[in-house]
Design a protein around this ligand. Structure first.
Ligand SMILES: [Zn+2]
Length: 65
C-alpha cells in the first residue's frame, strides 16, 4: 500500500511528509511533535516520490510560508 500524507504543521505552518500509519511525527522544520490525527491533511500520495512532488508543487504555488 504505502500511503503517504502531506500535512501542515500546526506549530509552524510548514508542510511535511508522513506515512499514514504514523500517529505522531516530529516536524523537521520546528522540531515539535505533531499529532497527525489533529493535523491538517493537505494532500495524499501513494509513494514518497509522489509526495515529494506534491510538496514541491504546493510550494511553487506559494501556499506555504
Ligand atoms: Zn513545524
Amino acid at each position: 500500500m504505502g500511503a503517504y500524507l502531506i500535512v501542515r504543521c500546526p506549530h509552524c505552518g510548514r508542510l511535511l511528509l508522513s506515512k499514514t500509519s504514523y500517529r505522531t511525527r516530529t516536524c523537521p522544520h520546528c522540531g515539535k511533535r505533531i499529532l497527525l490525527r489533529r493535523a491538517m491533511v493537505v494532500s495524499r500520495a501513494s509513494s514518497s516520490s509522489e509526495a515529494a512532488e506534491v510538496i514541491r508543487e504546493l510550494k511553487e504555488r506559494g501556499r506555504t510560508f
